[in-house]
Design a binder for this molecule. Structure first.
Ligand code: AMP
Length: 213
């Protein structure tokens, strides 16, 4: 049995065409079922639905052989024990710094002010501001980061931005782009040894669908 860990939403939806290219069709629609284990048209392949941030954990400890997860999640989690053969070029976005409209971020940085930064992406933010030599107090949040500068909880946020509409709707502006994000295929290293042939087949089909040699 080959188990693939996916999260519901954008990653699941954008993975379907790649699975199809590998001859795999998921038999249930995750929005129509409460099942967490979904069968596919291939009896030896199943999909497990987990939270996006749990995908690397499932694959690392062998709860799934493969998984698809954003680079942001992978950096925050660490990639011990994970083989990362492919950038799938899906669920693209960026990690950026944003502040309230009217907040002079450039001046605050220039003056060496100590910034309060709210984020879910503590590792990415810590590394970014350390490289810039900016002192920050990081405040870990699990969601609705946009609220932090509006309520005075933080001076800035580090969050995912795609179209920029969420920032705009909350009167925030993007002041720095930290990194581009896309989703990666991750594979359990032991599974790759033990189930080499079927896993290779999936990796190769995905690679071919992406136009990679
Ligand atoms: P947008 O308004 O298009 O800039 O999207 C920003 C919101 O969507 C933020 O709340 C992000 O956390 C979330 N978001 C954008 N892109 C992604 C992605 N690829 N994966 C997960 N969340 C995302």
């Amino acid at each position: 049995m080959i188990t693939l860990a996916l999260s519901k939403g954008r990653i699941f939806d954008e993975t379907l065409p790649l699975l199809k290219a590998a001859g795999i069709e998921v038999l249930d629609d995750p929005d129509q079922t409460r099942k967490l284990i979904l069968a596919t048209n291939q009896p030896e392949v199943r999909v497990v639905l987990v939270r996006a941030t749990d995908v690397p954990t499932y694959v690392q400890y062998g709860g799934a052989d493969l998984g698809i997860t954003g680079l942001d999640t992978l950096i925050e989690h660490g990639s011990d024990g994970l083989y990362q053969p492919l950038d799938l070029q899906i669920a693209k976005c960026r990690v950026s710094v944003a502040v309230r409209e009217g907040y002079d971020y450039a001046a605050a940085v220039r003056q060496g002010a100590r910034l309060r930064v709210a984020t879910k992406y503590v590792a990415i933010a810590r590394e970014f501001f350390a490289a810039k030599g900016v002192h920050v107090d990081l405040i870990k949040l699990y969601g609705s980061m946009e609220l932090a500068p509006l309520t005075g909880l933080a001076d800035a946020i580090v969050d995912l931005v795609s179209t920029g509409n969420t920032l705009k709707a909350n009167h925030l502006v993007e002041v720095e782009r930290i990194m581009d994000i896309s989703s990666r295929l991750v594979v359990n290293q032991a599974a790759l040894k033990l189930k080499r042939e079927p896993i290779r087949k999936i990796i190769d089909a995905f690679g071919k669908a992406l136009g990679q040699p």
